[in-house]
Design a protein around this ligand. Sequence first.
Ligand SMILES: Cc1cc2nc3c(=O)[nH]c(=O)nc-3n(C[C@H](O)[C@H](O)[C@H](O)COP(=O)(O)OP(=O)(O)OC[C@H]3O[C@@H](n4cnc5c(N)ncnc54)[C@H](O)[C@@H]3O)c2cc1C
Ligand SMILES: *[C@@H]1O[C@H](CO)[C@@H](O)[C@H](O)[C@H]1NC(C)=O
Length: 429
Amino acid sequence: MSQEKKFEVAIVGGGIAGVTLAIALHYRSIPVTLYEQASAFGEIGAGVSFSPNAVQAMKVCHQGIFEAFEKVCTRNMWPSKQKVWFDYLNGSEDAVNGVGEDGFAFTISNSLGQNGVHRAHFLEEMVKLVPKDITKFRKRLQSITENSNGRLVMSFEDGTSAEADAVIGCDGIKSRVRQTIVGADHPSARPSYTHKYAYRGLVPMEDAIAAIGEERAQNSCMHMGPDGHILTFPVNHGEILNIVAFKTTADDWPDSQRLTKPAEQKDLLRDFEGYGPNIIKLLKLTKPNLDIWAIFDTGDHPVPTFYKGRVCIVGDAAHATSPHHGAGAGFCIEDSAVMAELLADKRVKSQTDLEAVFATFDAERRPRGHWLVQSSRRVGDCYEWRAEGIGRDFGKMEAEINERNGVIANVDVSKMCEHAREELGKRLV
Ligand SMILES: Cc1cc2nc3c(=O)[nH]c(=O)nc-3n(C[C@H](O)[C@H](O)[C@H](O)COP(=O)(O)OP(=O)(O)OC[C@H]3O[C@@H](n4cnc5c(N)ncnc54)[C@H](O)[C@@H]3O)c2cc1C
Ligand SMILES: *[C@@H]1O[C@H](CO)[C@@H](O)[C@H](O)[C@H]1NC(C)=O
């Protein structure tokens, strides 16, 4: 144990939230152990992008996280598109007007433009910063109890257990730790289906260019349509195009235990029938066998509290969002930054100070986390011409997306942490 910190922290789950938090704590000399159910760190082979707030949060967590990101990050390829988040296009326009008139509607920009990374590559770079002896694999958490010394005892599925003074659940959308906080029967214990699903594909850039031309293939695009939208951005330094095709449905998802189900390219093509020839050409580049991803979130039943005693949740465990703002992972990193700065505060010395840390984290992060979940639903509907009061009006759409993206991006993460520490002071007296 370090000189100043007479407590140990356990992190459950090693996704983007758990790994960024472990790094942020370790390099602040806070004793930490990470427990992950899988046999190794791993992320899916898909793209994820980060907005300016997330990039600030990386630097607050640890400079090495920012450097890992810079190493694998891909921006829009054209110099004129460096600040473009997405060019929004009417996905059926090119059916009418042909090549060259591709239905451009409006552009949403921000200070950093689009920053896409391949998830697995980003995690791989970050994991190099995590010392081997602070990670334990094949540890699937089942329950948390308290022993007579006030230590928390985590029981794992393999029959083993481990102790810590605080447990931070970074165990994702189906969080076991969330269930232990709110109770397994509470409505917020389980996420809900947003009635949108997505097909994901990674295709070689040269094929994408051949299909839809350089401008649209090499720079991020949002192709809109009724009850569907398709977003694309380059990853792997422009060698690969990441495609995510979303569809809204009235049907329920068959099995909430499994968030993916197998599909075929012909299902994808059927879902996007009527879209322009550029879109169809692009979709035909995907593999014959695909997966459909159900988009679940915590929006129907927002978690009433992020902590109970010395157990807390961060990242998707606390606020799982649909991906329409492209900000869920970024908020995980913001959470990690705030949590690390609170735990590192000099006034936080022993087990008895930890509940105040979590109460502060909850008060500072819960409103923003829950806002993201609702706002993401709203902009997802905007992209699909379903949003009340907006419909098919591109001007209104542009204004509303800009306003909401501003709430996400136009923040000062250091000030956020400073404010949290001030609030912590009030709870520690
Ligand atoms: C289609 C899609 C696109 C997205 N695009 C973006 C984007 O462009 N930008 C963005 O910022 N966000 C995006 N997001 C959101 C982002 O993916 C998530 O917010 C983020 O990955 C969540 O990270 P996490 O670490 O909280 O959870 P997870 O990544 O789910 O990690 C949880 C970890 O905990 C482990 N675990 C679970 N249960 C247990 C247990 N009981 N015991 C031990 N370990 C356990 C798991 O194995 C896993 O490693 C997208 C999401 C989706 C679905
Ligand atoms: C998109 O383009 C199609 C074809 O030109 C047109 O019929 C439709 O009205 C456009 N949609 C919007 C929202 O402008």
